[in-house]
Design a protein. Structure first.
Lengths: 311, 311
């Protein structure tokens, strides 16, 4: 078995930027894009976004289009891309071992850029109605015929929740946003946009207790956590936008992570607790989480790996 | 005088990304692009680059074109851009004060993204022949008629030196690269490209002692620091590619800097020693120094400023 200099796991802006830089440094990187790894298509979370307006250099571009450009560029630079999911790594000795399907590759460096995945709530009915009205990605699923001209519900109070609610107004008869607190955590621009949208109703201090329906979801049972009032509201769609879980379980704690599972990097670098293993993008960032910060950190990971291989 | 929420100083990828994010957060940022500040046109060091192949999302784009896109995007998002150079700041009390020409603006936050400028050597003849054959930017000046089909000399051993030497072969009869040590510090891909270029001759262990000529530069006096041998070599152009100086002198040590003048940020953030003052891009980064890492850090600075203003 030949040993690769650099194996990259992931397929978002961090992974692709690491691949571009590693390939240009003639490190012949092998990148595992994953097959719906973490529940997201190759390309990462941006593939579940419509318009991106804040990636510098593009005034407006769709998430999937931006990711296709990065993928094309990574391959053009000489990176080898494999649409396979890594299910295990052995970082206990060198070279490191990376496992997928029934195959294995050895690597001098591993760059982890597996991102983070949308959280679920685990309320009654969730399992029954998942993908039968329930989703964690309005942008992926919102355009389905199932949701056209129907009342839809979004849960969350951050940027994602506001973005998803706004997006769904394109299809829904009405969107109800359930916010657990009495304020939104979203950025001001998104707050304003959401509050000013006539098709969005915000229910403050409100939680979802149960998903109800027949074959498909028809209602959400909600509770006002201030007044205690409970009721059913009509909902042909229920979309979670309540945060993310970093995709680090395949690492089996071989790399130091924080209490929520995010990889700990030495701040200002891509170094992890294991020498020769680097992390970039959302899997190690719960503060900024932007495409451009992920891309920047992907570059850092590749340059750190290049330096590691020289030393 | 009204107080601006955010003033951004600089005009490279870091400054523009900070402007895009701050504008989208409705912080109404004012950005000082500088008039040849640090000796570089508005747009920063990328304006002195021809093809950029490693900015994710663009397989190939010219530096100036990429910067024009970012500028256009920053304005589109609502940033106010002023092509003026800040010559002084007062960070001793709040609001901070920012000075240019004979004018002043107050600011709750200041984001410093003034970059770094190419170094000079100060050898005899440098002052006389500067811009009469001598330059610190091959890519800006290399295409001048002065240099067509003439022997040219580049000084340096890093990526920039290799890139500039390679670029100059388009115009020169021959390019001599003077490397002080017996190896290149450049990335492998650039080393190979340089060594394999028939029009480039590398002189190892060699230093330039003097620039000579009449009205224009004609020769460089060089010395082999191993053998002690000295001689004149023909050179109608002499290009420095020997590193950079961060553009921090206007801060008059009001922000903590390292011994070489780079602003010290708390790693993994854009925070400086002064609360409410943030730094991003090459002015605080002597390790990665890429357009994409600068852009990522500009986003961080804007998000840190937004958080600072909320707290």
């Amino acid at each position: 078995m030949t040993t690769r200099k650099v194996v990259i796991i992931g397929s978002g802006p961090a992974a692709h930027t690491a691949a571009i830089y590693a390939a240009r440094a003639e490190l012949n990187p092998l990148m595992f894009e994953g097959e719906m790894a973490g529940g997201v298509a190759a390309g990462g979370q941006l593939t579940t976004t419509t318009e991106v307006e804040n990636f510098p250099g593009y005034k407006e571009i769709s998430g999937p289009e931006l990711m296709m450009k990065m993928r094309d560029q990574a391959e053009h630079c000489g990176a080898e891309l494999l649409m396979k999911t890594v299910h295990k790594v052995d970082l206990s000795k060198k070279p490191f071992m990376v496992y997928w399907d029934k195959e294995t590759v050895a690597a001098d460096c591993v760059i982890i850029a597996t991102g983070a995945t949308a959280k679920r709530m685990g309320i009654p009915g969730e399992e029954k109605y998942w993908q039968k009205g329930m989703s964690a990605c309005a942008v992926c699923d919102g355009a389905l015929p199932l949701f056209r001209n129907k009342p839809l519900v979004v849960i969350g109070g951050g940027d994602s929740a506001c973005e998803e609610a706004t997006f769904l107004t394109k299809f829904a008869s009405k969107v109800v946003l359930l916010v657990r607190r009495d304020e939104l955590r979203a950025s001001k621009v998104m707050q304003e946009r959401t509050k000013n949208n006539d098709k969005i109703e915000i229910l403050w201090n409100t939680e979802a207790l149960e998903a109800k329906g027949e074959n498909l979801l028809t209602h959400v049972h909600i509770k006002n956590n201030k007044t205690g009032e409970e009721k059913d509201i009509e909902a042909n769609g229920l979309f979670y936008a309540i945060g993310h879980t970093p995709n680090t379980s395949f690492l089996e704690k071989q790399v130091e992570c924080d209490e929520t599972g995010y990889i700990i990097t030495t701040p200002g670098t891509a170094n992890t607790s294991v020498s020769g293993v680097f992390a970039c993008g959302d899997v190690q960032d719960k503060r900024y989480r932007q495409a451009i910060t992920a891309a920047g950190s992907g570059c850092m990971a590749a340059l750190d790996a290049e330096q590691f291989l020289v030393d």
